[in-house]
Design a protein around this ligand. Sequence first.
Ligand code: PRP
Ligand code: URA
Length: 209
Amino acid sequence: MGKLHIIDHPMIMHKLTLMRDKDTGAKDFRQLLSEISMLMGYEITRDLPMEDVAIETPVARMAAKKISGKKLAIVPILRAGLGMVDGLLSLIPVAKVGHIGLYRDPETHMPVEYYCKMPPDIDNRIVILADPMLATGGSASDAISMLKKRGCTSIKLMCLVGAPEGAKLVMEQHPDVDIYIAAMDERLNEQKYIVPGLGDAGDRLFGTK
Ligand code: PRP
Ligand code: URA
């Protein structure tokens, strides 16, 4: 079974509280999401393998640590996942970026696929799948399936706010995927929005409502 990592660092909790506030505008919402993504990226990359490399400092030779193994890719789920890309790239500037387009049907709340573009060697990379909201889990679960269909075997799901229903679905359908999330909220409402949540992440990020 995949692990659920709650990344409740005080800096992240403080910034998330500002994001949740309904009076926070798009500019600050975007900035805060980017900052939190960078901080979460620090935890998500904690278990990357390292190797010793021989270097020479101005003082002496030494065996120094370097990240080894597979390279990374960041894959946001459009639209709201886009808000997490810059923060992650500031930490991992050499990562490649793929995009998955999914929207929730307003009636059924089921995800509908409309776009997918991946780096050619995506199957050989550790993928950080980024989406701030994990509600029913349908979008994240379908996105993971799309990545697996393209050969990905190492996937980490990074979200900001989730509901227990969403985490349960992803863990059941993809037991090989770890979930990294800042807060697990109480529940979903009838419209399948997270309660208390932060509203519609895409609309708040891009000012579309
Ligand atoms: C939101 C969010 C997730 C999805 C989560 O996207 O960014 O992708 O809903 O819901 P789920 O867990 O129930 O699938 P939305 O469909 O609103 O699209 P948008 O980002 O383009 O606004
Ligand atoms: N998508 C959002 O943007 N917010 C929610 O609460 C649920 C799905």
